[in-house]
Design a protein around this ligand. Structure first.
Ligand code: CP
Ligand code: NVA
Length: 303
């Protein structure tokens, strides 16, 4: 049994297989071709933080594959009344086939997985957001081909997304330029990459964008860090992705943002709504990517 708790849980061969499956599953969806390999399987989704994309993509994806979902939140389950995560894992995993969790500390997700009888998927933690990067890299491949050897510029907070980009660069052989203000830089121990050359820190976001094939950013205040919002607004002054930053990147560079976005804060409207932006494909691909992921975790390799 495999879990998907962080990006480095799979190797490059598994990702090559998964990206092929995502393309195939997406093509079936676009052709209105029924594909229901997960009939009678149930996915439990546990949300301790808000979500739009993650919920809709997992829920719609599971129904499309013939399965069903159970949606739990902290507020409407015993999780919010201090039932131990280990006990919740034992119970939920006896009744369902697969669990997706969005929570705070990665250690909480790991504790759940350690006591689960079924595969567990990280739907975002403070440290990582692997399902998003799975979709982002598939989106890059769709638009530009293989990401190997390419350069991704990460502008902004050294957060869960940034750490996951580092792991992806390490496994798939590309480079990440990270520009974050002092106090908000990435923690290499959280990224935990084997190849230290897969990323480089920059003090200047314009310099980080130079020669990039993809420029990407995220909110300045992630879920769970709202108390720091005022301090963050000040610290990130100058880190908004602008057209002038995009002009430092390659002429055919893409722009991505995992969403939700704040126009005029971490990104200018003319960038996110401009011709280089692929944010809507990126959001849609969450569903196709996670359908392939659920298929792989439940059925293994099919081809
Ligand atoms: N990108 C992402 O995970 O969006 P949600 O918070 O809406 O799920
Ligand atoms: N870094 C953001 C991503 C939201 C999808 C957060 O954790 O809130």
């Amino acid at each position: 049994m495999k879990h998907y708790l962080q990006f480095k849980d799979f190797d490059a061969t598994e990702y090559a297989y998964l990206f092929e499956r995502v393309a195939l599953i997406k093509a079936k969806f676009k052709a209105y071709e029924k594909y229901q390999p997960l009939t009678d399987r149930t996915l439990a989704m546990i949300f301790e933080k808000a979500s739009t994309r993650t919920r809709v993509s997992f829920e719609a994806g599971m129904y499309q594959m013939g399965g069903s979902v159970v949606h739990l939140t902290t507020g409407d389950s015993q999780l919010g009344r201090a039932e131990p995560i280990e006990d919740s894992a034992r119970v939920i995993s006896r009744m369902t086939d697969l669990v997706m969790i969005r929570t705070f500390e990665q250690s909480k997700l790991e504790a759940f997985a350690a006591h689960s009888r079924v595969p567990v998927i990280n739907g975002l933690t403070n440290e990582y957001h692997p399902c998003q990067i799975l979709a982002d890299i598939f989106t890059f491949i769709e638009h530009r081909g293989d990401i190997k050897g390419k350069t991704v510029a990460w502008i902004g907070d050294g957060n869960n997304m940034a750490h996951t980009w580092l792991q992806a660069a390490d496994i798939l052989g590309f480079k990440v330029h990270v520009a974050a203000p002092s106090g908000y830089r990435i923690d290499p121990q959280v990224g935990a990459v084997n190849n230290p050359n897969c990323w480089q820190a920059f003090d200047d976001p314009h310099a980080a964008c130079a020669g990039a094939d993809l420029v990407t950013t995220d909110v300045w205040t992630s879920m769970g860090y709202e108390a720091e919002n005022d301090a963050r607004l000040k610290a990130f002054d100058g880190w908004r992705v602008t057209q002038s930053m995009m002009q430092q990147a390659k002429p055919d560079a893409l722009f991505m943002h995992c969403l939700p976005a704040h126009r005029g804060e971490e990104v200018d409207a003319d960038v996110i709504d401009g011709p280089q932006s692929v944010v809507w494909d990126e959001a849609e691909n969450r569903m196709h990517a996670q359908k392939a992921l659920m298929e792989y975790l439940l059925l293994g390799r099919l081809a």
